[in-house]
Design a protein. Structure first.
Length: 237
């Protein structure tokens, strides 16, 4: 019998049962329930996620060089366990699937690079590109200096306009941080601790449950590429 190469298979789409599983997990978010239903987690979430990442790996070069798609947990599949150490919410599991495709290499975590992301729960799909937080050493300062730079700052505004300014996220500071010019024409950009663009589809679009999932996600990733490319150009590998 010939072994099947996953790279040659068409991704069939995620199962509607995945959405049902995530909805039930949200209502039964305990270690006991999860242990009793771990086989469903592996069948409905992990296996399709790996297949989707492999399918995306073949297509992501259309968006640029050096985009990583690793079909494993803590690679492109983010872990389902929540870090509850500093949270009032002590539920142990995420009730969504997160996928992450980062561009370029980093000596630290793959989250220290810009990338494309997907989040799906039982009610919605979020697709986007960028960085949720400038966590790498020096990244936040480099970003702020770029905002103030005439050429880089202008290209940031151009990228934001290209993706639609309403989609740009990452502004978390209530005011411009101390030591940075509050009267600068791009001062509002200094209130960011991350930079990304995203779109939310609610309810979950039917394409995600079909072989059209890869094309649908790529279309949105391509839409938000200007913001990601600005970050790739800013942050050296």
């Amino acid at each position: 019998m010939l072994a099947l190469d996953m790279h040659t298979l068409t991704f069939p789409g995620f199962s509607p049962d995945l959405l049902d599983f995530l909805a039930v997990l949200r209502r039964n978010n305990s270690r006991e329930w999860f242990a009793a239903h771990r086989d469903q987690y592996e069948l409905l979430l992990l296996e399709p996620a790996r297949a989707f990442v492999l399918a995306m790996a073949e297509r992501l070069p259309e968006l640029g060089e050096g985009i990583h798609a690793e079909p494993k947990v803590h690679g492109s599949i983010l872990g389902i366990n929540r870090d509850t150490r500093f949270s009032a919410d002590k539920t142990p599991y995420k009730t969504h699937l997160d996928l992450w495709f980062w561009q370029g290499d980093s000596p630290g975590s793959n989250r220290e690079r810009p990338g494309y992301f997907l989040r799906v729960d039982d009610q919605r799909l979020i697709l986007g590109a960028g960085m949720h937080a400038f966590s790498a050493e020096g990244a936040l300062d480099r970003y702020r200096q770029a905002v103030l730079d005439a050429e880089r700052g202008a290209s940031l505004e151009k990228a934001a306009e290209a993706v639609g300014i309403q989609h740009v996220q990452g502004r978390t500071y209530a005011r411009v941080p101390r030591g940075w010019p509050v009267d600068h024409p791009r001062a509002d950009w200094l209130r960011h601790s991350g930079l990304y663009a995203e779109a939310t589809f609610e309810p979950t679009p039917y394409q995600l449950l079909t072989p059209a999932a890869v094309d649908f996600c790529l279309e949105q990733f391509r839409r938000f590429r200007p913001v990601l490319q600005w970050l790739v150009d800013l942050l050296p590998t």
